[in-house]
Design a protein around this ligand. Structure first.
Ligand code: PLP
Length: 393
């Protein structure tokens, strides 16, 4: 009997999780492995957020289902957060709280895509977009942003990719995996193009507060009413408040689409875990001081590690302005070591140098590898030293 569907048999496993699992296997065999694969802050969730969760358990509030779209009190906290970071007011009808930002993205694709509708996804892209679009019956159309152009797509490229089936333009700034941040002018140009072509915009702003060295995040949704009314913003608590395990995401946008997404959430997860929602109220209401400490650590790591990585033979690195990843092009390094496949090259770094990175192949970039700097500086320096030694050998 054929147990699994054709669809799932064709689906890829997340490359980041696959790389992390291989690193864990080697560690379990007693190998000394430095794992730079995972995309999550290495800090514990700030104490007062945890305390809010404990209080919700102790006073019994966390025992029950909540509204499918999220607790009204949490939506109030999100309204305040939006006022502070986006500078515009939102109605509760424009908000959906989800089980992580990943599920917000999935419900959005399910709510908007008809069969074969196209979604323009700039590459390098975060691993899950492509499979999620396919799961919703849509067609991902990849537009390759060049490293020479700091991993930014141009309106000319978007124009060339557009067809009469194009429905959504996806943007992720700051980007996972490149750390690239679009400027206000660039986003205005792209946003106006989307308006002129009557496209929906999906803005994955999950790293919005993680920008460094004076770089500024611009929310495309804040640039004009016309852009805002067609933009669904995805955000969440995971990256900013070191809450990846709590699974709280947020979608903010058109109330009709939000209502459709809420229906999907109600038929799948019922609601995001109640205790995590109570914790998130505290996060969105004012864990900014805790965030500042994490931010300073990320910025220091970036500034120390970037030049060292750029010194390694065959590694070409653009200094990122956001998120917590470096995404060097390793084409020359692969040649030096005799590899023509970036995944095999990444595996060799793991097996021979003891450093786990993620192959760029899963991000739509076959010449790059991703290194996450969400680990302490000493470990990062040792990792880069090992890669350099291996390259020089
Ligand atoms: N979007 C991007 C670009 C991400 O990197 C991630 C997590 O890695 C997510 C969304 C999902 O975030 P969450 O953990 O809240 O589901």
């Amino acid at each position: 009997m054929k147990k699994c569907s054709d669809f799932v048999l064709k689906m890829d496993e997340s490359v980041t999780l696959a790389a992390a699992n291989r690193a864990k296997e080697l560690k379990a065999q007693g190998r000394d492995i430095i794992d730079l694969t995972l995309g999550q802050p290495d800090f514990p969730t700030p104490k007062k957020i945890g305390e809010a969760a404990i209080a919700a358990i102790e006073n019994g509030k966390a025992s029950f289902y909540t509204q499918a779209g999220g607790l009204p009190e949490l939506k109030t906290a999100v309204q305040g957060y939006w006022q502070r970071f986006y500078g515009y007011e939102i109605d509760k009808k424009e908000i959906l709280i989800t089980t992580g930002a990943k599920f917000a993205l999935y419900t959005y694709f399910m709510a908007t895509l008809d069969p074969d509708d196209e979604v323009i996804i700039p590459a390098p892209y975060w691993v899950s977009y492509v499979d999620q679009v396919k799961m919703a019956g849509g067609k991902p159309v990849i537009v390759k942003a060049q490293q020479e152009n700091h991993f930014k797509v141009t309106v000319e490229q978007l124009e060339a990719a557009k067809t009469n089936k194009t429905k959504i333009l996806l943007l992720n700034s700051p980007s996972n995996p490149t750390g690239m941040v679009y400027s206000k002018e660039e986003l205005k140009h792209i946003g106006e193009w989307a308006v002129a072509n009557d496209l929906l915009i999906l803005a994955d702003d999950i790293y919005h507060q993680l920008v460094y060295n004076g770089a500024e995040f611009t929310a495309i949704s804040s640039l004009s009413d016309k852009i805002r009314e067609r933009t669904m913003v995805i955000n969440g608590a995971s990256k900013t408040y070191a809450m990846t395990g709590w699974r709280i995401g947020v979608a903010v946008g058109d109330s009709e689409i939000i209502s459709a997404m809420t229906k999907i959430a109600s038929q799948t997860t019922s609601n995001p875990t109640a205790v995590a929602q109570y914790a998130a109220i505290e996060a969105f209401s004012g864990a900014d001081e805790d965030f500042k400490k994490m931010h300073a650590a990320f910025e220091e790591r970036l500034n120390v590690i970037y030049p060292k990585l750029a010194e390694i033979s065959g590694f070409e690195v653009v200094k990122p302005s956001g998120a917590f990843y470096l995404f060097p092009k390793v084409l020359e390094a692969m040649k030096i070591k005799g590899y023509d496949d970036v995944t095999a090259f990444t595996t060799a770094i793991l097996e021979e140098a003891g450093v786990a990175l993620v192959t760029g192949a899963g991000f739509g970039a076959k010449e790059n590898v991703r290194l996450s700097y969400s680990t302490d500086l000493e470990t990062l320096e040792e990792a880069v030293r090992r890669i350099k030694e291996w390259m020089d050998a």
